[in-house]
Design a protein around this ligand. Structure first.
Ligand code: PLP
Length: 405
């Protein structure tokens, strides 16, 4: 965004979210965002008219087709993919299991996979379970427990010519770390391995480019970026063509349909498209194609969220009774912290008493929290900034945490 370009107008943005009328500070965005009116309206309008299943020759079936096509095209724009490479599903975890089962068909005993200790369990367990069933060696990329970084150099030792898959996150939903996915993917590709990247926590916090990231597969969940509860995996359609997922006999052999079993939540796909439009319109002067508008808007989101997060992070790190986990250099606006002599649950309760929504526990990043040694005390408390949060809310959070001393 150039000098003088229009900035995100947070008052306008907040007016788009009916959920904000509860007056609470929603610092729980990493677990799921609020939904703007445009998304609610898109879903309800989709359901006001008949939607049949796909494949018929009558209007309500054509409508289902349009909703699917709309969501594929929106997600393709969001991450720089192709609509034919967008696999839609009920959530990220079930799609990851689908891909794990599919890729495992080519695995042989003695092959290897590499998972990371930084990841959400959704991008660990499907791979580990399928690898163990197939007799593979599972290797772990470790987190530097001081910084919370996932050093890419360790992959030089982890990867061999038997490595079939590397699963790694684009950003940690627990401590915000953004590993150098491209550097990891380049190393993985050099030994012929595929790379499955969890984009759930990265996509809401900056423009993602599938090709530039080096990911072969990029998973995500629309409810992390103001959409409904829908998951997606994006890949090169040619790569999808080469795979043979388990499916019912009548399921289409076409890509990406062959990965999509059963009837989809068509009405929610209307919300997916509306959520991408919402993101693309966050910078008031964004122009051009939807992808170009997303680029302008997401750059503004990075700047805006960064301003809020810098203050939150600095203030909490300055408190003697607070320990912020890790200090990754390149990160999303998400942090986890503990408070001396208080359990995370007690801290979260105290914040809730002051109208602040914050998750406590390990947020399904149990491997990471075991490595950091915080699980024995109940994990940590997480605070996340999204584009509808304000500096005034950050001040409220800072005051509330300060009061726990
Ligand atoms: C980083 C990350 N990956 C995966 C998931 C799981 O997504 P889903 O609930 O759609 O399966 C989450 C949800 O919290 C997440 O934050």
């Amino acid at each position: 965004m150039g000098p003088g370009a229009a900035r995100l107008d947070v008052a306008r943005v907040r007016g788009l979210f009916p959920g904000l009328s509860d007056g609470l500070v929603h610092a729980d965005g990493p677990a799921g965002s609020l939904v703007p009116e445009s998304v609610l309206r898109a879903v309800s309008q989709a359901m006001r008219v008949p939607i049949a299943n796909r494949g018929g020759v009558f209007p309500s079936s054509a409508r289902a087709e349009q909703l699917v096509a709309g969501a594929r095209s929106a997600i393709a724009d969001l991450v720089g993919g192709q609509p034919r490479g967008v696999v839609l599903g009920p959530n990220l975890t079930s799609l990851t299991y689908t891909f794990a089962r599919t890729l495992a068909k080519a695995w042989r005993p003695g092959d290897e996979i590499v998972v990371s200790r930084l990841d959400h369990d959704a991008n660990i367990r499907p791979w580990v379970q399928l690898a163990e069933e197939a007799g593979l060696l599972v290797k772990w990329a470790e987190v530097d427990i001081e910084s919370g970084e996932l050093p890419e150099w360790q992959y030089d030792e982890l990867l061999t010519d038997r490595t079939r898959l590397v699963a790694v996150t684009m950003a940690s939903n627990a401590i915000g770390t953004r590993p150098d996915v491209r550097a990891i993917a380049d190393r993985a590709h050099a030994v012929g391995a595929l790379v499955f990247v969890d984009g759930a926590h990265a996509v809401p916090h900056g423009l993602v480019d599938l090709t530039a990231s080096g990911a072969d597969f990029l998973s995500m969940a629309a409810y992390k970026w103001c959409g409904p509860h829908v998951g997606a995996v994006v890949a090169d359609p040619d790569l999808l063509e080469s795979l043979d997922p388990d499916r019912r006999v009548p399921t289409s052999d076409r890509v990406p349909e062959r990965f999509e079993t059963g009837t989809a939540a068509f009405e929610l796909f209307a919300g997916v498209s509306a959520a991408v439009e919402h993101l693309a319109a966050l910078a008031p002067d964004a122009t051009g194609t939807r992808r170009e508008r997303l680029a302008t808007s997401m750059a503004e989101v990075v700047r805006y969220e960064g301003t809020l997060f810098d203050r939150l992070d600095r203030e909490l790190r300055g408190m003697r009774h607070v320990q912020v986990l890790g200090s990754p250099l390149y990160r999303t606006p998400t942090l986890s912290f503990t408070v001396s002599r208080m359990t995370p649950r007690a801290v979260a309760r105290e914040l809730a008493r002051r109208s602040i929504c914050a998750w406590d526990g390990d947020y399904q990043s149990g491997e990471l929290f075991d490595a950091l040694g915080v699980n024995e005390q109940g994990g940590a408390v997480r605070l996340g900034v999204l584009h509808y949060n304000t500096m005034e809310e950050v001040d409220r959070v800072v005051d509330a945490v300060a009061a726990l001393a």
